[in-house]
Design a protein around this ligand. Structure first.
Ligand SMILES: [Zn+2]
Length: 262
């Protein structure tokens, strides 16, 4: 058993990192508490709770938040489990939470994501998801994976970008959709009345040495970059895409990310 790394990013927002020792992907998960429900973004890389006790972690954090917010009295506290995208290392814990009372697990196909959030013109539209006195904007984001979305939390100004933008490999599966998604995120950032303060993706793979990545499979990353990226990283990704073809093996290396054909 390895304890997950818990970071309270605000009184209503928790970052959970699945420990490296349990899985080299060490994905980041996020819990966003509203006054009507709590949103969990992603469920990690394992369905084995002895390796990563996801349900216990969510229950403990929820109990802590409810104790600090005694005006909220719904029990069990409603939980919505959604995903940055449908790759295995972000959805493997779904079954652990599906059995929890009061829990809705959003499906992982594009059609299920579109239906749940109520997109009418996917992926160009941004839709609102209300947690109860806390609105999260859901932005269509295919390109790394067909059902990918980004979540923007107006309360903290954090844009949660999954595997689409992170300090590491940006694996591009569909180049034209990926370019459209980066441009959509740029437009969202520039138009948002609630300022976008930072981006948080789902992994860290870059070292503190510019352009040097820890290779897939690395367990020990003593010099990794912080997860948070400044909003201007979107401009760097967009301009790097101009040098990026989608032929097999294509790679464009930048200080904080590496575009790579998937
Ligand atoms: Zn992925």
């Amino acid at each position: 058993m390895n304890d997950p790394e818990i970071t309270w990013l605000s009184p209503d927002t928790v970052q959970i990192r699945q420990p490296k020792s349990s899985h080299w992907e060490a994905p980041f998960l996020f819990l966003l508490f509203g006054r009507a429900r709590v949103l969990l973004i992603d469920t990690g890389a394992t369905g084995d709770e002895r390796v990563f006790p996801l349900r216990d972690t969510v229950e403990t954090l929820t109990d802590t938040w409810l104790r600090r917010n005694p005006v909220v009295f719904t029990r069990p506290y409603p939980l919505v489990v959604a995903h940055s995208h449908a790759h295995r290392d972000h959805i493997a814990g779904d079954a652990l939470l599906a059995a929890r009372p009061g829990t809705t697990v959003v499906g992982t196909t594009p059609a299920q994501v579109i239906a749940f959030f109520g997109f009418r013109s996917w992926p160009d539209e941004t839709v609102e998801f209300d947690l109860g006195q806390r609105i999260v904007d859901v932005i269509g984001g295919p390109g790394h994976e067909p059902s990918a979305v980004a979540f923007f939390d107006r309360e903290t100004g954090i844009l949660f970008t999954g595997d689409t933008v992170l300090p590491g490999h940006l694996y591009v599966r569909d180049r034209s959709q990926y370019v459209a998604t980066i441009e959509r995120l740029q437009r969202f950032r520039d138009a948002s009345t609630a300022p976008v303060r930072e981006l948080r993706g789902a992994h860290v793979e870059m070292s503190a040495t510019p352009g040097v990545v820890y290779p897939p499979g690395t367990i020990d990353q003593p010099d990794e970059l912080p997860l948070a990226l400044a909003p201007r990283i979107l401009d760097r990704v967009r301009s790097a895409l101009d040098e990026f073809g989608d032929e097999p093996g294509a790679r464009v290396v930048r200080k904080r990310f590496i575009l790579a054909a998937d």
